[in-house]
Design a protein around this ligand. Structure first.
Ligand code: ADP
Length: 446
């Protein structure tokens, strides 16, 4: 049982013991009030016996004192429980309805008395804090200083308190705690407060917020790099290299490449946000994917020639129709084939092929494979390749005019088309990127 000092503070919790006066005095007053009629009747009876000389006054007094003592002893089960420190007049919160409400709450919820002792908690709270026990102080199980402070403040002020804290077990998660004081009528006409603690997992929200902040930081960094290069060259051209025609030509070529990279980055950022905005709307126009792939491959012939790579196309002659967005599909294949030409150039060839196969759930899929024979990608990078701004080698990507957004865009476009991206690679032997789309019946077979 928690002890209270003269300031009315509970030694264990540091919380006020009751709102006014000490709890045991109030309990005794309650018991005397309940036994008042019996004591009054006994007093009259004993007085009568004394008056009529049947009993001596000291004996009658002794009997009356025994009766009063009997009334003060917690002889009923409920009184025994209260004497154990459940507080004064909290009987109403112990009802089955209150218990059912606490247990039915979807988030972890714990109901406490004013001394911080647990009255009820639901199974979600039990999972959050396995050490929670009824009739024990909540702080034994919920030890975070933020929780204890919020609870103490809510009890002292009778105002709701909100706090967030980092929970480390079983995994790191950001939790929000709201402590709500609830006025509860006591059994004998008074009122007291119970404390309802509800916990909410804020981790997903925090993650989104962190991702947004990371994205803004990365995007600004990526934009600032070519911008810094551009202004550096402008300064040089205006100053020391003003009359150096050879240097001017070289610098202008670098400035052109940097400006192109910036334009590409802005383009990719806009495309990403456009695809994200329409992510929930699946394209419903039927397009011939064979024609789209051919168009992209033809458009990249110049780059292939420059990198001394041959593009081998293995596509069916008949149209293969899928529900898709033409512009987005052009962008998708452009990214995959261009990556193969840039990063896999040392292999000398890139194969673009199309097959139909059964997907993971058995439904027919159209698969477009872009295979190169370059250096490949080490296995530890594979799961992260579609993250925004993730590159295996930042310097190499920048030198190739890359933005680090290409594969992220590919993944988002595929998600919108309800497709998926498979990446396989054997280091030193090349990489295969496979874009899978749910198959739509071609008009001929429909
Ligand atoms: P980037 O604009 O840098 O090309 P991407 O998102 O398209 O960005 O690609 C991310 C990274 O994945 C690249 O920087 C590169 O390191 C790696 N990568 C992509 N395709 C290939 C490939 N075919 N072979 C080897 N590495 C690749």
């Amino acid at each position: 049982m928690a002890a209270s000092d003269q300031t009315g503070r509970n030694h264990n919790t540091g919380l006020p013991a009751t709102r006014a006066g000490s709890p045991w005095l109030a309990q005794w007053a309650d018991r005397l009030r309940r036994a008042a009629i019996i004591l009054l009747a006994a007093g009259f009876a004993l007085g009568g016996l004394v008056i009529f000389g049947e009993v001596s006054f000291p004996r009658a007094l002794a009997v009356f004192i025994c009766l009063v003592a009997g009334a003060l002893i917690p002889w009923r089960l409920r009184d025994v429980e209260q004497a154990r420190g459940e507080g004064v007049g909290i009987a109403p919160v112990e009802t089955a309805v209150v218990r059912a409400i606490v247990e039915g709450m979807p988030d972890p919820a714990v109901l406490l008395d004013r001394a911080g002792r647990v009255l009820h908690f639901n199974s979600a709270a039990g999972q959050l804090a396995p050490a929670l026990r009824k009739n024990e102080l909540a702080q034994f199980a919920l030890r975070s200083p933020e929780i204890i402070t919020a609870l103490r403040e809510a009890i002292a002020s009778a105002e709701p308190k909100r706090t967030t804290y980092l929970d480390h077990v079983p995994v790191d998660r950001w939790m929000e705690l709201i402590v709500t004081p609830i006025a509860v009528p006591t059994a004998f006409g008074g009122s007291d407060y119970s404390m309802l603690m509800t916990f909410h997992d804020q981790t997903p929200l925090r993650r989104v917020e962190e991702m947004r902040a990371d994205f803004v930081a990365n995007a600004s960094h990526e934009l600032r790099t070519p911008l810094a290069a551009l202004s550096g060259f402008i300064d040089t051209l205006q100053g020391p290299a003003r009359d150096d025609a050879k240097a001017r030509e070289r610098f202008l070529a670098i400035m052109h490449a940097q400006a192109t990279r910036m334009a590409r980055l802005i383009d990719d950022l806009l495309s990403l946000s456009r695809v994200e905005l329409s992510a929930h709307v699946r394209p419903d126009t039927l397009v011939d994917i064979v024609v789209i792939i051919r168009q992209v491959a033809d458009g990249l012939e110049a780059l292939a020639h420059e990198r001394q790579v041959t593009i081998e196309i293995e596509l069916p002659t008949a149209p293969i129709m899928i529900a898709g967005d033409r512009e987005e599909l052009l962008r998708l294949f452009e990214n995959l084939i261009e990556n193969a030409l840039k990063y896999g150039a040392s292999g000398g060839r890139v194969i673009v092929s199309l097959v139909t196969a059964a997907g993971g759930d058995g439904a027919p899929e159209v698969r477009v494979l872009v295979r190169d024979f370059g250096p490949g990608i080490a296995p530890e990078h594979l799961p992260r390749l579609t993250e925004r701004f993730y590159r295996v080698d930042v310097g190499d990507s920048r030198a190739q005019g890359g933005t680090g957004l290409g594969l992220s865009l590919v993944k988002h476009i595929l998600n919108r088309h309800r497709g998926r991206l498979l990446i396989e690679s054997v280091p030193k032997k090349g990489a295969t990127f496979t874009a899978c789309f749910p198959q739509t019946k071609s008009p001929a077979s429909a």
